[in-house]
Write a protein that binds this ligand. Structure first.
Ligand SMILES: C[S@@+](CC[C@H](N)C(=O)[O-])C[C@H]1O[C@@H](n2cnc3c(N)ncnc32)[C@H](O)[C@@H]1O
Length: 471
């Protein structure tokens, strides 16, 4: 009897895991272990960039594991798994919010484990509730049950210790679950089910507010800091990939302007790797005050010498940096201004302002670029042979494999799809496909000159003035 799909997936998984093992050895990384209570370099994408082959092997392993699970698991189990995964998320939230995680990491022998009853009495909780919550976290790989009803942190949960990136990636924002809860009725039954307005979404229903998401955050300072922290980590996760995988040496302009650059983490990382550039961080007035003080403290010499400038600029006003010297970065900016109002009114206004600043260079030999750093929605079709998907393969050799993994790595890109639904529910937005990016970019008198896949969930969409498009 032929088990063709199972056989091919197994072969593919073996190939991916063999490559993973070999590349980890080549990179002199320690073995991965769930019993370890020490963080592994691969656990923190904000500080460690794996080799391209290792990144690909990890992504392919995850894709195969997801496909194998889909193949082998019963649909009824799968459905229940999916539905109850919300409890898994809530359970780990409890360990973070109570600071149980910090307490467990401070134990004199953290890998030995601590009885749940002791944790319950220390934190004034009911052990009858805490044990199933901890077991749920153990089943999801966040903690280990070292003996009956005793639990220890594992390597993965160390990311939730205070100050670590997982703690700041604040997916447990108050109200998150209520937004998820109203999503089906918003889409199927509400008066707004056919509306594409950012003011008529699941967010307004869940939060009982007429305000759009960002206006609401601005008026609720308690939500602003966790969101800023979350966005910061989200950005930091792609910084090493942007610095290493975009060909900065080919950029002809001496000055990089990071529009809506927040605290300036991206440009400082670029300057560290490519000290011949100068950089400008632009943002709104209140953010610029903070960014200026951070930069004066961390990079006093760059600020004094003018290598690094921080300035107030509203994305919706004309770009003041006009001239042959400038290229521009927009990371996680245009996704905030989604396609809720065809044809992408706000995103087009922002891009148009920068495109007009590129204007005087039309007859110059120097090519200014606009680098859009965003997730790109790729259809998860059954084969790897689609043009847009090929653009996202880091290692072209993978295409020769006879594997059944969807074009955008199936479950390895689940995050992009879930994020799209999140943007939809919050603001009637959605991650754009490459075609949609092209249409937005071309509408502003620009063209996509290249798309650089990164060792991250995002890509760099490189644009320039002109008419000849990539696609
Ligand atoms: C999602 S964060 C991205 C920050 C940064 N680009 C990064 O990737 O780390 C969005 C940034 O855009 C800034 N922003 C939002 N609206 C803006 C506007 N109208 N003018 C200038 N900056 C704006 C915010 O202050 C924030 O720093």
């Amino acid at each position: 009897m032929s088990h063709a799909e199972l056989d091919r997936l197994q072969a593919c998984l073996n190939f991916a895991l063999d490559t993973l093992r070999r590349e980890m050895d080549n990179s002199q990384l320690p073995p991965l272990s769930q019993c370890s209570s020490v963080e592994h370099p691969l656990d923190d994408p904000t500080s460690y960039l794996p080799s391209t082959a290792l990144f690909d092997a990890r992504r392919l392993s995850l894709a195969c594991l997801g496909e194998l699970k889909n193949l082998v698991q019963s649909p009824l189990d799968k459905r229940m798994d999916e539905k109850y995964s919300a409890y898994g998320a809530a359970s780990i939230d409890i360990l973070i919010k109570t600071s149980i995680i910090d307490y467990m990491s401070d134990l004199s022998n953290p890998s030995e484990g601590i009885p749940a009853a002791e944790l319950a009495s220390t934190f004034g909780l009911d052990s009858q509730k805490l044990i199933p919550i901890l077991r749920c976290c153990a089943a999801n790989g966040w903690v280990r049950e070292t003996r009956d009803s005793s639990f220890a942190l594992n390597r993965c949960s160390r990311t939730f210790i205070k100050g670590h990136p997982g703690r700041r990636l604040n997916l447990s924002t108050p109200g998150f679950m209520s937004i998820v809860g109203v999503m089906p009725s918003w889409v199927m039954e509400s008066d707004w089910k056919l509306s594409r307005s950012p003011a008529q979404t699941g967010f307004q229903i869940a939060f009982k507010t007429p305000l759009q998401r960002f206006s609401w955050v601005m008026q609720n300072p308690h939500a602003l800091i966790p969101l800023a922290d979350h966005l910061q980590v989200l950005g930091d996760m792609s910084t090493p990939g942007i610095v290493a995988d975009y060909p900065w040496e080919q950029l002809e302009t001496p000055i990089i302007v990071d529009c809506g650059g927040g605290e300036g983490g991206l440009v400082t990382a670029i300057l560290d790797a490519h000290p011949s550039f100068r950089a400008i961080v632009q943002d709104m007035e209140n953010v610029v005050a903070l960014t200026s003080s951070i930069m004066k403290e961390r990079r006093p010499r760059d600020v004094e010498s003018g290598t690094l400038n921080v300035e107030t600029h509203d994305l919706f006003q004309s770009q003041p940096r006009i001239g042959n010297e400038y290229s521009f970065i927009l990371r996680h900016i245009l996704s905030m201004y989604q396609r809720h109002d065809w044809p992408d009114k706000e995103a087009a206004a922002i891009l148009g302002n920068i495109a007009r600043a590129l204007g005087p260079k039309a007859n110059s030999r120097i090519n200014s670029k606009i680098l859009i750093v965003e997730m790109v929605a790729v259809p998860n079709v059954d084969s790897t042979a689609t043009t847009s998907a090929e653009l996202f393969l880091l290692d072209g050799n993978d295409k020769r494999l006879d594997y059944d993994v969807p074009s955008h790595f199936g479950s390895a890109s689940k995050l992009v799809n879930a994020f799209s639904v999140h943007m939809l529910t919050l603001m009637n937005g959605c991650e754009r496909s490459l075609r949609e990016w092209e249409s937005l970019v071309n509408g502003c008198g620009l063209r996509i000159t290249n798309v650089y896949p990164l060792r991250a969930h995002t890509s760099v969409i490189e644009c320039a003035l002109g008419t000849r498009a990539l696609l």
